[in-house]
Design a protein around this ligand. Structure first.
Ligand code: FES
Ligand code: FES
Length: 165
């Protein structure tokens, strides 16, 4: 057992966890944050992506015990009250989901890629979005609308960032 203290979606959480507990188990079973999904459990599908210290991470490949002091954000933590995150709005507007199983991971990956490209001043082209989605698998949509949603959200996230400057 290891005592792990993290901030999860802005709230401090401290628990004793078995050393082999995966972050996704900690989130889903320990904290009941079941929006983070498990598709493959082998680092392939991306359904389990969350943000750790602001960067997207496959939570089926991280041990909770290694994350003492980390800031973790899950799909449950990205809306501002009743206002959905622009990436969530864009997935809805562009029909970027069907069954929804991959969607939390797609959205968390999408936010991370937009933030990285904008921080580096790089153009997030359609080709770049498709490249960045390599680690996220969707069995339903054919990806076109997911790509459109991320492209649309990138514009809106950029406007929000500029307004805050
Ligand atoms: S469940 Fe983590 S990558 Fe598939
Ligand atoms: S919407 Fe069903 S797996 Fe992507």
């Amino acid at each position: 057992m290891t005592k792990v203290s993290m901030t999860v979606n802005g709230k401090a959480v401290s628990r004793d966890v078995p050393d082999n507990t995966l972050l996704v188990e900690y989130l889903r079973e320990g904290l009941r944050l079941t929006g983070t999904h498990v598709g493959c459990d082998t680092t392939q599908c991306g359904a389990c992506v969350v943000h750790v210290n602001g960067k997207s991470v496959k939570s089926c490949t991280q041990l909770a015990a290694s994350l003492d002091g980390a800031e973790v954000t899950t799909i449950e933590g990205i809306a501002a009250g009743n206002d959905l995150h622009p990436m969530q709005v864009a997935f809805n507007d562009h029909h970027g989901l069907q069954c929804g199983y991959c969607t939390p991971g797609m959205i968390m990956t999408g936010i991370d890629m937009v933030n990285r490209y904008q921080a580096e001043g790089k153009d997030l082209t359609e080709e770049a979005i498709r490249f960045e989605l390599e680690g996220n698998i969707c069995r339903c949509t054919g990806y076109h609308n997911i790509v459109k949603a991320i492209d649309d959200a990138a514009g809106k996230m950029s406007s929000v960032a500029k307004a805050a400057e």
